[in-house]
Design a protein around this ligand. Structure first.
Ligand SMILES: O=P(O)(O)OC[C@@H](O)[C@@H](O)c1c[nH]c2ccccc12
Length: 264
């Protein structure tokens, strides 16, 4: 595991251990009955795919370990509504505080401001977090293969599916892709960011996409800035793209999303 993932996994386990006593599984399940049903994350991505473009998962992200503070004026509900107006098919909202300045309240505020399906962008190291995610209203969860073993990945996916959520299984190299393809989720994300060097290279999606058949739904993640980037990724057979920084750095994120979605 890379140093950064090691560090995140360690504090995440501590966080979960501290939170669990305050919210038992039955307490979470009681909350789950009060949130609206899962909105069909994968379904929206597939339904909105246009011939010369990719469906957009627009990310609500204030900061990151590699870039520091990305956006000063940060109101999750306002950004979420602006992304929806700009044509996003789904949203991704960071809830990790130590590395991304995220928060659970950002997720809840963003999802309540839109009708789009929303993925909770969080580092999952315990199945309990899947119930927690659904109790916040999550429509999908992220399963990061670089951080966990196959058994935990399978458990997270099974729990997500049991709650009617989708699981985006994230890989960034060929061994992780091989592991991911044995799991029960059809939704695979290829992260163009190298988690050791933080370098981004769209070639990662081009290379790894060749391992994926038509029974999977592919999402290209990270480092996507221009309609030319989108055109390049569309050729890999990807259905969707996950974009954060390039949108968050622009004042008008509605226009930014529209520009990115306009074929080159
Ligand atoms: O800001 P970018 O380069 O457009 O990337 C978005 C998204 O892919 C990135 O935030 C991300 C991909 N996988 C993650 C896992 C955890 C936290 C963040 C991420």
């Amino acid at each position: 595991m890379s140093d950064i993932l090691e560090k995140i996994a360690t504090y995440k386990r501590t966080e979960v251990a501290e939170r669990k006593p305050a919210a038992s599984l039955s307490a979470l399940e009681a909350r789950i009955t009060k949130v609206s049903a899962p909105r069909g994350f994968q379904r929206a991505l597939v339904a909105h795919k246009q011939p010369h473009s990719l469906s957009l998962i627009a990310e609500v992200k204030k900061a990151s370990p590699s870039k520091g503070l990305i956006r000063e004026d940060f109101e999750p509900a306002t950004l979420a509504a602006a992304y929806q107006a700009g044509g996003a098919s789904c949203l991704s909202i960071l809830t990790d505080a130590p590395s991304f300045m995220g928060h659970e309240s950002h997720f809840v505020a963003a999802r309540n401001a839109v009708t789009l399906p929303c993925i909770r962008k969080e580092f999952l190291v315990d199945v309990w977090q899947v119930a927690e995610s659904r109790s916040l209203g999550a429509d999908a969860i992220l399963v990061i293969m670089a951080m966990i073993d196959d058994a935990l990945a399978a458990d997270l996916i099974a729990a997500a599916h049991a709650y009617g959520m989708d699981a985006l299984v994230e890989v960034h190299d060929a061994p992780e892709m091989e592991r991911a393809l044995k799991l029960a989720s059809p939704l695979i994300g290829i992260n163009n960011r190298n988690l050791r060097t933080f370098d981004v290279d769209l070639k990662t999606t081009e290379d790894l996409s060749a391992m994926v058949g038509p029974q999977h739904v592919l999402v290209a993640e990270s480092g996507i800035f221009t309609p030319q980037d989108v055109a390049r990724l569309e050729k890999t057979g990807a259905t969707a793209m996950l974009v954060g920084e390039s949108l968050m750095r622009q004042g008008d994120v509605t226009q930014a999303a529209k520009n990115l979605l306009t074929p080159a």
